[in-house]
Design a binder for this molecule. Sequence first.
Ligand SMILES: [Zn+2]
Ligand SMILES: [Zn+2]
Length: 820
Amino acid sequence: MNRLPREFNILEIEKKWQSKWEETGTYRFDRQDRKRATFSIDTPPPYPSGDFHMGNVLNWSYFDFVARFKRMRGFNVYFPQGWDCHGLGIEVQVEKEHKIRKREMAPDKFRKLCEQLVEKYIAIMKEGIVRLGCSVDWTTEYRTMNPDYWRRTQLSFILLHKKGFMYQGTHPVNWCPRCETAIADAEVNYEQHEGTLHYVRFALEKGDEYLLIATTRPELIPACVAVAVHPEDNRFNRYIGKKITVPVVKRNVLIIPDETVDPDFGTGVVMICTYGDKADVKTVLKHKLPVTIILTEDGRINEKGGKYAGLTIDEAKKTMVEDLKKQGLLERTERITQEIGTCDRCETRVEILELKQWFMKTRILTEQVEKTANEIVWYPDYMRFRLIDWAKSLDWDWVISRQRVFGTPIPTWYCKNCGEVIVAQENWVPIDPKTEPPRVKKCPKCEGTEFIPELDVFDTWMDSSISCAVHAGWPDSKDWRRLFPADVHPSGIDIIRTWAYYLMVRHLALFNETPYRSCLINGMVLGADGRKMSKSLKNYVATPEVLNKYGADASRQWAAAGGATGSDIPFRWPDVEYGWRFLIKLWNASRFVSELLKDFEPRQDAEYTLQPLDKWVLSKAERLTERVTEAFEKCQFNMAMEETRNFTWHVFCDCYIEAAKDRLYRPESYGEEKKKAAQYTLFTVLHRILQLLAPIMPHVTEEIYQTMYAAEKGFKSVHLSPWPKTDKTLIDEEAEKRGDMIMAVITEVRREKSEKHLPLNRQIETLKIYAGDEETANMIEEGKEDIRGTCKVANIEILPESGDGKEVKPCTDVRFVAEY
Ligand SMILES: [Zn+2]
Ligand SMILES: [Zn+2]
């Protein structure tokens, strides 16, 4: 057998295997293979952000653990990788880097800049995925910004339009005035903000009474369409039905009853504006109130705001407060903390505007989403409720149009004469309506011949939420159903409400079928201080720093062992360092084993004279295999990792190798057969350890496998070798009990030597072991040779009676006395 060198550089080893795996196509999905069952992973195509951060390391480690485990389990694994390019974040970044606004530039020029930035970012992130050792099939790589991908997004839109899921409508939408686009509920973050509550006098139309209204948004006073009180609030319900004058703008509105008014908030009287928040939207709808939108798309007051027209929201607020003061209408102010919605991409406060948008009917699918979420498997199980609760909480359908440049074009036109919507035919796509007219001669309704292109583009989730079908080969491959639904959809806990949800509704609507059979959830990566890792919090650790220092296999151990699947995982340097130390331990143990096996020729179907400790460690290895297999099946990576690390470090290295050494160093006192048995055991158990560690530590296990085992085992990679099957006939409870006893004696005798500051190889003249009873004496007797050899004992006496001496923990009835 080949020996492992003493010196090794894990970073070089990792790099070497990453290139070799790619060169030899180790992880390619085999389309021709019809024998093995397929296992498809719905790898989420990430937004290229230019930063493969530790959160990504956690995600991709999870995907890869599953991919490698399933591959070894005999599946034809499909592990694709794409890039979800059309993020709003890219537009924001391009504007920042080039100090431009997209509205001031030709759209195709702006698009080019976005594409360039995306390519730069993809390169960085791809390097991260490769360096982490992910077994991605890179022949599958795709970009959603390519027209060939547009084709899929557009086709799915056309099909869903035909099915009645897509519609255009003027509805209130979340609007980011900085990004100047509509955004979906899922892109709004709710945060606590400090604000000022203004107590403003609203005079009743008749008489000289007034009602006091507390508002944090006095700038919206010109958009006030009603004033509401709780119908059972005796302080105010006598005013219901009366008219009240909106201050400054001097417009009269109705006082209406509404159960949702909280009499304890503010003054108990509220102004209904179009729109201050989502509650206003509901109230306006319920009471059929008029709508006065006073904001422009770029966050200014429009002509309906009278004298405030042209001001920004903040300027309008200031001016309004001054005006109220001047007119004696502002009674007082107070500081409050309130929850406000902000744009996920730029943190600007989200406004609610009414605009014509494209929507997908998603709420009609809520029951089906719930049913499907209950049918599929979730790791961990309770995560299904995140999806179900989110689906049920949605008030609005999904707004799928965006007023942006960098996105998949919506394939529609409008008749200039009558406004009729022309939707592209299935065979027209990919198509950009801005550069190409519809392929019809005239409007089907009015026979008009002039058309206006749709300028809006799709929400980027429209691209990525068909990934399950696209990965499977839809719509081009005839047998795309072979890979559909995906066997696992991995998702971060923070994107269940987007990725997992949109995938579900899109595929249910398109194919009436679940897109994925199981959902694997990862938590967030926290800083060492327990807070979410972020550059601004100074708890941020850059991935290259970690990978450059300790390599991928140590980092992946952190990802596996850092916490239970689905829980948030703190990044702690000591965890990676522990992974690194374990890697060195594994290397050194393997190197030592390779020395001990230099004259060993494993014989097929040979009968080895297995000794008690051989049977002991082999039995334990089988049990370990059983537990680790189950842990991987349940995506409990931390269990798989800890079990294997503990076994390797303590059972195999500290106990078995130490005890077996003497048989290999001095075969003359044991006989050649017993030496061979120890060699066989070392050979077998180390191989098993490598197999169990391979999904988590792919590089170092491959290096050791290739050096020591490839010639014998015959697989071109440890990752293409079959996962070990538990051999129940090797599980031997008696052998484990006996071995535990013998190991306990050895450990305790060695401990006594070190407590007495004696070298471990110091000879013991006589070792008297008081077993306490006949049965225990017989057990220890079987390990007599091992105890004698490992502890360097000249005379050993094993007595069935009790006696004084040092306790052998944990069996305190057993004691021994060593004479030097
Ligand atoms: Zn924004
Ligand atoms: Zn027409």
